[in-house]
Ligand binder design. Structure first.
Ligand code: CA
Length: 250
């Protein structure tokens, strides 16, 4: 946190390095929220969860904060006193590339948000459980960041995964994944070539499921293989590491 605050905001080219630095310590989150009860609860809850928190109650304050600090992730309310979080999300996406989780009061807003493709990384609907929010934040923070001029794309084999567009393609042809399948593959892709333990999978995607109950995870891995592997019985990308977890290979 201290490191990011000493850097001028225009020093964005270093943001990938910066975020890795944060991963060793506390990730910095900017909470843009005008309801005091949410703001207070989030500040306390997220601090307990190991995040550093800066806050803004209006878009004007949020813009000020973006001049002062370089957050790793932004929690963004939609209805704010001086404007719409949706417009600010576009602004963030264009200027700073910081991952944004939209916090919306209404399901109908979420549909609007998703339909607009404003560059949000994820969303949660109020009222939410802190545990769910933190799991989403950690998932967003684990995604690969700023790779040359295609920040949201990772490739393995002839597969191409685009986090911003939420698509996976093979030689340009779309592979249709469910939301959970996409999230699971995102988790693996964010650690290409490294083992992701079953525990981390369950923690990230199925908070609340016991480690002993891993059928859901196995079912999703099996379905993913059927979709991304040319020969699902002999996978070359999504590898089982016996007794530990899984690894996505290039
Ligand atoms: Ca609000």
């Amino acid at each position: 946190m201290a490191l990011s605050q000493t850097l001028p905001p225009e020093n964005l080219k270093d943001s990938a390095t910066l975020r890795e630095v944060h991963h060793e310590g506390r990730s910095l989150v900017l909470v843009v929220e005008d309801e005091e009860s949410y703001q207070d609860a989030l500040t306390v809850g997220l601090t307990v969860e190991g995040f550093s928190v800066v806050s803004a109650r209006t878009l004007a304050e949020a813009r000020d904060q973006m001049q002062r600090v370089t957050p790793d992730v932004i929690l963004l309310d939609v209805m704010l006193p001086d404007g719409s979080g949706i417009d600010f999300c576009r602004e963030i996406h264009d200027k700073w590339h910081t991952p944004v989780i939209i916090v919306s009061a209404l399901d109908s807003e979420v549909n609007v948000v998703l339909g607009l493709e404003i560059g949000a990384s994820d969303y949660v609907t109020k009222p939410y459980r802190l545990r769910e929010l933190v799991a989403r934040m950690r998932a967003v923070l684990r995604r690969p960041v700023v790779v040359e001029d295609e920040p949201d794309v990772v490739t393995f084999g002839d597969l191409r995964m685009d986090f911003a567009r939420h698509t996976v393609t093979r030689n340009g042809a779309d592979i249709e994944l469910s939301r959970k399948e996409f999230e699971l593959l995102s988790l693996f892709a964010s650690r290409l070539g490294q083992v992701v333990t079953r525990e981390v999978c369950l923690d990230t995607l199925w908070w609340g499921l016991q480690l002993s109950d891993t059928r859901t995870l196995d079912t999703h891995v099996k379905r993913l293989r059927q979709k991304i592997e040319l020969d699902p019985a002999n996978p070359v990308h999504l590898i089982t590491v016996r007794g530990v977890g899984f690894r996505l290979d290039v």
